[in-house]
Write a protein that binds this ligand. Structure first.
Ligand code: ADP
Ligand code: MG
Length: 249
């Protein structure tokens, strides 16, 4: 069989950046009421990020590594438009998040970003299917279609036989896969996961990583982790120390 069409037309083009941070700083300020001792009653500043630049393209699975307190979660919050930088730029699909109101950022998240946390944050009174369907309400999807799409997403993460289970009836790994399915409900092109395997044993963690790897084929996925097994699986590791990038390879 002869194929006459060009299969990979876009290979010469720069890979399209889904999210980028350019010289980003994030400083947290604690008010003077924090200290009990008189000499501590001044505002203290923590420079959580100190001039960080990163860019993640579609099709990439990128790990954010670094010791506790190095700024991983702070960076993910910025990349997920949950927070804005003190200075520098974060662009999601070309939109500068600093120029948006909180409401506009929430719309940006709804339309483009899926977020997975270390502790799954599922609603315990809802079934797996209802948890996954929840974000679809905000997207204006009708009841029947919400149910169908949630079922499909749960099948995709290998939980098609657990639709009616509540979080308490699922293992940690299964709950995290429900959380991944929920994060995918709005068809995001950027998936952000903060220590997604932190609460899981290695087998359940590996399963979640398989899933993230598979999902990164069609979107950008950023995973913060200090799990070595997770970092060995990603395309690229960005290492942070004290709020700066020490390597990106
Ligand atoms: P990591 O996720 O790598 O453990 P974080 O991004 O959570 O690191 O934290 C980076 C630094 O910022 C730490 O020194 C932490 O104490 C500080 N920090 C994080 N969040 C806040 C906050 N809301 N208020 C004040 N300091 C914070
Ligand atoms: Mg963290």
């Amino acid at each position: 069989m002869t194929r006459t069409y060009v299969e990979h037309e876009s290979t010469d083009a720069e890979p399209q950046s889904v999210v980028s941070a350019t010289n980003v700083h994030r400083t947290y300020t604690r008010g003077p009421q924090g200290g009990l001792l008189r000499r501590n009653r001044t505002a203290t500043e923590v420079r959580a990020l100190d001039g960080v630049s990163v860019s993640v393209a579609q099709g990439e699975l990128v790990g954010i590594a670094g010791p506790s307190g190095s700024g991983k979660s702070t960076l993910l919050h910025l990349l997920a438009a949950l927070d804005t930088p003190t200075s520098g730029r974060v662009e999601i699909r070309g939109t500068d998040t600093a120029g948006l109101s909180a409401r506009e950022r929430s719309t940006l998240r709804r339309d483009h970003i899926g977020i997975v946390f270390q502790r799954f944050h599922l609603l315990s009174s809802l079934t797996a299917q209802q948890n996954v369907a929840l974000p679809l309400i905000e997207l204006g999807v009708g009841t029947g279609e919400r149910r169908d799409r949630a079922e499909l997403l749960l099948q995709q993460v290998g939980l098609g036989d657990r639709l009616d289970h509540r979080p308490g009836e699922l293992s940690g790994g299964e709950q995290q896969r429900v959380a991944v399915a929920r994060a995918l409900a709005g068809k995001p092109d950027l998936l952000i996961a903060d220590e997604p395997t932190g609460e899981l044993d290695s087998k359940a963690g590996a399963r979640v990583l398989d899933l993230l790897e598979e999902l990164s084929e069609k979107r950008a996925v950023v995973v913060a982790s200090h799990d070595q097994a997770a970092l060995e699986r990603v395309d690229r590791v960005i290492r942070l120390r004290d709020g700066t990038v020490v390597s990106d390879a």
